[in-house]
Write a protein that binds this ligand. Structure first.
Ligand SMILES: *[C@@H]1O[C@H](CO)[C@@H](O)[C@H](O)[C@H]1NC(C)=O
Ligand SMILES: *[C@@H]1O[C@H](CO)[C@@H](O)[C@H](O)[C@H]1NC(C)=O
Ligand SMILES: *[C@@H]1O[C@H](CO)[C@@H](O)[C@H](O)[C@H]1NC(C)=O
Ligand SMILES: *[C@@H]1O[C@H](CO)[C@@H](O)[C@H](O)[C@H]1NC(C)=O
Ligand SMILES: *[C@@H]1O[C@H](CO)[C@@H](O)[C@H](O)[C@H]1NC(C)=O
Ligand SMILES: *[C@@H]1O[C@H](CO)[C@@H](O)[C@H](O)[C@H]1NC(C)=O
Ligand SMILES: *[C@@H]1O[C@H](CO)[C@@H](O)[C@H](O)[C@H]1NC(C)=O
Ligand SMILES: *[C@@H]1O[C@H](CO)[C@@H](O)[C@H](O)[C@H]1NC(C)=O
Ligand SMILES: *[C@@H]1O[C@H](CO)[C@@H](O)[C@H](O)[C@H]1NC(C)=O
Ligand SMILES: *[C@@H]1O[C@H](CO)[C@@H](O)[C@H](O)[C@H]1NC(C)=O
Length: 815
């Protein structure tokens, strides 16, 4: 007994000693000369934010020395790697600091080969020896033990970026020493060696941020305009993020960002496929969320439209010549081979008879051929440009405070795109006769407006032509076998669908959506499907329809209902989706008994899921999609009651004619529509944010915005929420059946964010990623302003309180 007790306590003591020893050893943030860091050991920054140690990438057997996050990010996320291209094959690696202040990583094999070393060319004799220290910022530095001044660091990992940009880290170039601070992608998820993609600030001409693939430009974020890179409208200072850009000619150029008060864990990263993304760690969902990228659509491809053409993200065709330019090769251009771009219709006179056409709201063209002057204004800029025949255009250098400085281009203009929000003004030089031809005088805006009316007429004619042609071809090709091109399209035979749905039996009908009836079906292999039979009146051309199906079938996200394919038979068009057994969200939240199945936690998961699906639409997928008809009945629930967004693409593409920012036919469910969309037909991602938050209010309150009825007033749910908020009684909005499960502070935050998102003016509303940040953090939020559409449209009738059928689609202009 005694011996056993003695042994036991001895072992405990040993354990205790070992634990204390190892934990104190692990808490160390510095490495001194003579010490070495072996595999299994790590340095931890003083506040625990970062760790330096050895890691093995997933699916790899090699080991690397790297830096990753400490306790705030539980999933190991490596942000810096020392020996990227020189892996260590076993756990024998060790890191030493030499007397000269050089970090040496050895592989621990017989020859103790140095696989990596910090490259210090400067010779300094320290006053009291060197130390290597991992700072709270994630920066590994070598410094004089007695000197903490960052300017005197002998070496720092922040100068040698890998695939991540952390707060405080610079990307750019020291123009004196030539040091390039360039991000480089990993080769693959399992290999940190340098991949194809790099992110850098190129200093030829006027500096701009580029993503390169090898030496070719993949994506051009563009020049800095005082607020952001011209091609990245989503880059906006906020209480959560601040951005700094510095360009001192001959000295240094850099960009960096900061997270004041460390409210979120955030970084930029270049993915192995070349996407530059802004990521934030979400503690709610336990994963990195992409909150911003500029590479959202096909216009991201550098020079897609060639010279003197502008790219439109959500219009077909994507490229259009600038006013007074025409395609260099019209037949190629009309076949969507745009690379050769456009040329002047009329040669320049090269004297003061030339003029400029203003293109507002664009991303400025490639500035590799630009020159600038910070001190002169726009009028002087115009004069200078006009005075040199090689000058093709000009703009403000800095758009803050009404604009200042002068940026001029001295060669063909390339890589321009239309930006609906936050673009800037570009003046393009054209011959005087071109300006007079369009309108008397030199009023760019009017010229462009007239031009766009003309071009939409032309576009209409072209579309008509294509439709007629397609119809003719269809007649000709009725019995021809499928071409290779069509093989890409996931199609189903009509007979398969007829069998699967029992010939569209009434018993199989799931419901009637805005675009036609939906049937449940079962394929011979047993897979359950939902078949949406599009009403034949949707006048879309067959080839456009096929293109859209190919496009949407490629979208995959766990919060989207998967489009499996389509079925086309003569005039009939059907869309085949995966089947969701649990119906839609409205079936639950608006039903007295069903709503009890969704407690607060479930509803919170549903909100999160919708957020992620929408973020994917707005930012992550290859094309930016605006849903435009987000509502409870379009949120389907799977077996585990997780949400999946459905009917995406229908509103914006199957729904009929629309141009980038305007639409003639307003599609959507009125109660969820933002004022600018319903009244003016203007839509943007912000309209989706509006609808989303109306939906959030419905989820929290269990009441319909539309059918909402209150004896005291004429307000709809949004208006009611706004009133309660101002009375400090917002908790009264929460669904009674949630009273027990509800987390009050979370619910209040949801309501607060919702009210911010339904503000009347779109520019006051946060975008989706900002909304996500607001939902997920505990930062103070601004006070909401007056919401849009807070009055019920119709004064109360006898009783409109319950499930008034949600009448979809307000058609303002009959076809
Ligand atoms: C690294 O330090 C260890 C002692 O910690 C020493 O045995 C070894 O020789 C050193 N290696 C190099 C390459 O300096
Ligand atoms: C996430 O949650 C963990 C555990 O609750 C906490 O330690 C960590 O600080 C949180 N991270 C952030 C970024 O708030
Ligand atoms: C150190 O830098 C020099 C020149 O900048 C370069 O030639 C050398 O390869 C670098 N060494 C290492 C280990 O990176
Ligand atoms: C650029 O590099 C030079 C030489 O290494 C150095 O003296 C200078 O301080 C650096 N400039 C900046 C702004 O860091
Ligand atoms: C940095 O990049 C520039 C331009 O790409 C290049 O000319 C220069 O050699 C690079 N500097 C170093 C030290 O690699
Ligand atoms: C590791 O391998 C699995 C299975 O092949 C794969 O699904 C996963 O994506 C791989 N992980 C990485 C980081 O490549
Ligand atoms: C950050 O902290 C400062 C001072 O501590 C405070 O004035 C500021 O409002 C804080 N910002 C945020 C976003 O919390
Ligand atoms: C500009 O040049 C054109 C042709 O070279 C000429 O016809 C015209 O008179 C000139 N205009 C002015 C204002 O010099
Ligand atoms: C900018 O313009 C001013 C006024 O014309 C001139 O004095 C100055 O030299 C110009 N600066 C550069 C860099 O060309
Ligand atoms: C016009 O600009 C180009 C390019 O900057 C320059 O080479 C040329 O000398 C300029 N011509 C005149 C007449 O100033």
């Amino acid at each position: 007994m005694t011996t056993r007790f003695g042994l036991h306590s001895f072992l405990s003591l040993l354990c205790f000693i070992l634990l204390t020893f190892s934990s104190s050893a692990q808490q160390q943030d510095t490495l001194t000369i003579g010490q070495s860091l072996t595999d299994g050991q790590s340095l931890v920054s003083s506040g625990g934010s970062f760790r330096l140690g050895y890691f093995r990438p997933e699916n790899s057997s090699s080991r690397y020395l790297g830096i990753w996050y400490g306790a705030r990010v539980p999933t190991q996320t490596v942000v810096w790697v020392a020996n990227r291209g020189a892996p260590i094959s076993d756990t024998g690696g060790f890191l030493n600091l030499t007397r000269e202040g050089i970090l040496v990583l050895s592989d621990g094999d017989r020859n103790n080969l140095a696989v990596w070393s910090s490259n210090v060319t400067r010779r300094v004799s320290p006053t009291s020896g060197f130390v290597a220290q991992l700072l709270e910022s994630g920066n590994l530095v070598v410094r004089d033990a007695a000197d903490e001044n960052p300017d005197n660091f002998l070496w720092q990992s922040f100068d040698y970026l890998t695939n991540s940009l952390l707060p405080g880290m610079k990307i750019g170039r020291n123009l004196t020493s030539g040091l390039n601070r360039t991000m480089r992608s990993w080769r693959s998820g399992e290999d940190p060696a340098e991949g194809d993609f790099s992110v850098l600030i190129e200093t030829e001409g006027y500096p701009q941020l580029l993503v390169r693939r090898g030496t070719a430009i993949q994506f051009r974020a563009g020049s800095w305009n005082g607020l952001r890179f011209t091609g990245v409208p989503s880059l906006n200072p906020s209480p959560t993020f601040s951005f700094e850009y510095q360009y001192d000619e001959g000295e240094e150029v850099y960009f960096r960002f900061a997270v004041p008060n460390n409210t979120v864990v955030s970084r930029y990263a270049i993915s192995t496929s070349g996407l530059l993304q802004h990521l934030t760690w979400s503690n709610r969902t336990g994963e990195w969320i992409v909150i911003g990228t500029a590479q959202g659509d096909r216009c991201q491809n550098y020079g897609l439209c060639g010279t003197y053409a502008s790219c439109y993200g959500s219009r077909a065709p994507a490229c259009e010549c600038l006013t007074s330019f025409s395609p260099r090769n019209p037949s190629d251009f009309s076949r969507s081979a745009w690379e050769e771009g456009c040329v002047r219709r009329t040669a320049l006179a090269c004297n003061s008879s030339d003029g400029f056409i203003l293109h507002s709201s664009v991303k400025l063209p490639d500035t590799a051929v630009a020159r600038w002057n910070r001190t002169i204004g726009l009028a002087e800029c115009r004069r200078l440009c006009l005075g040199n025949c090689s000058c093709t255009g000009y703009s403000s250098l800095d758009i803050r405070n009404g604009g200042s400085g002068c940026l001029m281009w001295f060669d063909d203009l390339i890589d321009i795109r239309e930006l609906a929000d936050r673009g800037q003004d570009l003046y393009v030089r054209v011959a005087g006769s071109e300006i007079r031809a369009a309108i008397q005088g030199n009023q760019g805006r009017t010229v462009i407006m007239i031009a766009s009316v003309v071009s939409s007429l032309v576009a209409l004619l072209v579309i008509l032509g294509i439709l007629l042609y397609a119809r003719k071809r269809k007649l000709e090709q009725k019995e021809t076998p499928k071409t290779n091109e069509e093989m890409d399209l996931p199609t189903f035979d009509l007979s398969t669908i007829v069998d699967a749905t029992n010939d569209f039996a009434i018993g199989n009908k799931l419901g009637e959506g805005g675009f036609g009836p939906v049937y449940m079906g079962k394929l011979p292999e047993g897979q359950e499907i939902a078949v949406k039979r599009l009403s034949t009146s949707s006048g879309q051309g067959m080839s456009e329809f096929k293109n859209e199906v190919i496009l949407f079938a490629k979208l995959q996200h766990r919060n989207l209902v998967r489009l499996l394919g389509c079925c086309i038979h003569e005039d009939e068009k059907m869309l085949i989706y995966e089947y969701m057994p649990n119906k839609s969200l409205d079936f639950f939240i608006f039903d007295e008994t069903q709503r009890k199945l969704l407690n607060w936690q479930r509803r919170s998961i549903i909100i999160d899921g919708i957020v992620r699906g929408l973020l994917y639409f707005h930012q992550n997928s290859r094309l930016r999609i605006i849903h435009r008809d987000l509502k409870a009945s379009n949120i389907l629930l799977d077996k585990e009651l997780r949400p999946k967004i459905s009917d995406f693409g229908l509103a914006s593409t199957f729904g009929g004619d629309q141009t980038e920012g305007e639409t003639k036919k307003v599609v959507g469910t009125f109660v969820y529509m933002s004022p600018e969309y319903a009244v003016d037909g203007l839509f943007s991602v912000k309209s989706d944010v509006f609808s989303f938050e109306v939906l959030v209010l419905e989820i929290v309150s269990g009441r319909r915005n539309r059918g909402f009825y209150h004896t005291d007033h004429d307000l709809n749910l949004v208006g009611h929420a706004w009133t309660l908020w101002n009375e400090g009684a917002a908790l009264g909005l929460i669904d009674d059946s949630l009273k027990e499960s509800c987390n009050e502070s979370e619910a209040l935050r949801c309501i607060h964010v919702a009210l911010l998102c339904v503000q009347q003016r779109p520019e006051d509303r946060p975008n989706m990623s900002a909304a996500v940040l607001m939902l997920g953090s505990e930062n103070p939020l601004p006070e909401p302003k007056l919401p849009g559409f807070y009055l019920r449209r119709n004064p109360p009738e006898a009783d409109t309180s319950c499930s008034a059928n949600q009448v979809s689609i307000t058609v303002m202009e009959p076809r």
